[in-house]
Design a protein around this ligand. Structure first.
Ligand code: ATP
Ligand code: MG
Ligand code: MG
Ligand code: MG
Length: 481
């Protein structure tokens, strides 16, 4: 069964059960400043859940493009390291807007997984919100799941919300036990563990509340259903492969990376991780640009820029020093443009943007590398220029210099680390953290973004090329690019 087949089975199943098929919305949320990107199937229906908008149908089915690379749901740094996380992925979902509720949602979910997709019942586990006796009872008494495979979990796992505000409610999830070989080996490893053994497939959300900015929860006009089943996870199980990256949605991209870098899969951990990162980020890049996001220094565009730079950086780690993403993105087109014709329509534009951004970043890297080399020369000759390095120890690159490279030139810290690895040079990362904290405090004191324009003008008038990194603090990721 291919990824395309699995998507179709889902949509057809719910169409057969009288759900209206609704196309995926754009990755850019419509009129929703609370959200960076669409991160779940329910987003396009948010106003339907809250009763602010009426539709002609009360049930729906979608295969929704999602990106989780910022905000409340952020998987950017998981990519490359877990079997199951992507920045861009497809969420299959069925929805009820005041139509059916818990019982039917649970029935549909179980029926489709076991009869439609043919999953082995014995391997499926379910979790419910710890206070939700009703859902527990439905699983045990109606579906017949033995008690030892029903677990009660707390708010972190089984109370779903789109963001800090918006529709939310308790949820119940279906997981598959992939076996001990996938586990972390910890004694307490069980459903809800962060390792890849208990693969979470499907989240059934019992939408009941809307949370406001103060955290108050108001009941929705009608209890509703929102579900999300990860397509890439489903087919990893159906195709009997260990990770999402071994499915037909990813293998051709991984192979393309291998061909370009002359590396083989599993050759080393470093190669495998880099291949996964590049494959994943190539998909996110293609889809984000096709939905109108362009790499830039702020907002959504900055997140795209970070995704692309992360891919380019991992590419360098396996010897890809020339632009390569425009090639891997073309492989994404081949796999996905049947299901998402918008990719085909804007393919030339997407490739142009990608190539441009790659070339620009490689230039940034060159500039940063020159500054780094100059600093290393200074260190070697003992000639420390004031303002560049305020360290007493000549074999240490000061935090200020690292921060300057990072902040002003957009130069990734781990490239510095790689570069000095064999040189007996220390990096003053405490100093870096201090410089970062000082900058954060400065930008906080200038309130919102008001000071950035002035700082930018001041720097550019001095002829400095800047690369604003401030959005880091907003998207809430700690990774330093
Ligand atoms: P996990 O605990 O594995 O991070 P989640 O609980 O954050 O998943 P939900 O918010 O419940 O995920 O989303 C519904 C479904 O979407 C998940 O059960 C999973 O199948 C899929 N999914 C969620 N995040 C990702 C991701 N980053 N990449 C691929 N699929 C995902
Ligand atoms: Mg998650
Ligand atoms: Mg989860
Ligand atoms: Mg979940």
């Amino acid at each position: 069964m291919t990824g395309n087949d699995a998507r179709k089975i889902f949509i057809d199943y719910f169409k057969k059960h009288n759900h209206q098929y609704v196309r995926s919305s754009s990755l850019v949320p419509q009129d929703d400043p609370t959200l960076l990107f669409v991160n779940a199937g329910m987003v396009q229906f948010k106003r339907v859940f809250t009763g602010d908008e009426k539709r002609e149908y009360s049930t729906a089915v979608t295969a929704q493009k999602c990106v989780r690379a910022g905000g409340k749901h952020n998987d950017l740094e998981n990519v490359g390291y877990t079997a199951r996380h992507h920045t861009f992925f497809e969420m299959l979902g069925n929805f009820s807007f005041g139509d059916y509720f818990k019982e039917k949602a649970i029935d549909f979910g179980w029926d489709l997984l076991t009869n439609g997709y043919g999953f082995d019942k014995e391997k499926l586990w379910v979790s419910v919100f710890h206070e939700d006796d009703e859902a527990y009872g439905i699983w045990r008494d109606q579906v017949g799941v033995p008690e030892e495979r029903i677990v009660r979990l707390g708010e972190a796992d089984n109370f779903w919300s789109m963001g800090d505000t918006g529709p939310c409610g308790p949820c119940s999830e279906i997981h598959i036990d992939r076996g001990e070989a996938f586990g972390c080996g910890a004694k307490e490893c069980a459903v809800g563990c962060d390792c890849d053994r208990w693969l979470e497939l499907w989240n059934l959300v019992f939408m009941q509340f809307e949370r406001d900015e103060q955290g108050n929860m108001t009941p929705l006009p009608k209890p509703s259903i929102d579900t999300g089943l990860g397509l890439e996870r489903v087919i990893s199980v159906l195709q009997g492969v260990p990770t999402n990256y071994d499915t037909d949605l990813f293998v051709p991209i991984m192979e393309k990376v291998g061909e370009l870098s002359n590396k083989k899969r599993h050759e080393s951990d470093q190669v495998e991780v880099a291949m996964k990162v590049i494959a994943d980020h190539s998909r996110a890049t293609a889809f984000l640009i096709s939905d109108g996001v362009l790499p830039s220094n702020e907002g959504r565009g900055y997140v795209l820029r970070r995704i692309m730079r992360r891919a380019i950086r991992y590419g360098r780690s396996i010897g890809l020093v020339k632009p390569f993403m425009h090639e891997t993105v073309q492989t994404v087109f081949k796999i996905m443009d049947q299901a998402y014709p918008e990719l085909k329509e804007s393919s030339a534009f997407i490739l142009n943007v990608v190539k441009n951004e790659e070339e620009k970043f490689l230039e940034t890297l060159d500039t940063g590398m020159k500054l780094l080399e100059a600093t290393l020369e200074d260190i070697k000759s003992g000639d420390i220029k004031s303002g560049d390095i305020k360290s007493n120890n000549h074999s240490t690159i000061s935090g200020e210099v690292i921060f300057k490279l990072y902040d002003t030139f957009g130069f990734p810290v781990d490239i510095i680390e790689d570069h000095v690895k064999d040189m007996q040079i220390n990096l003053d990362m405490d100093g870096f953290d201090r410089a970062m904290a000082e900058q954060k405090a400065r930008s906080r004191s200038t309130k919102k973004f008001t000071g950035v324009g002035d700082a930018y003008k001041a720097l550019t008038s001095q002829g400095v090329k800047t690369d604003f990194q401030g959005y880091d603090k907003i998207v809430g990721t700690s990774e330093v690019l």
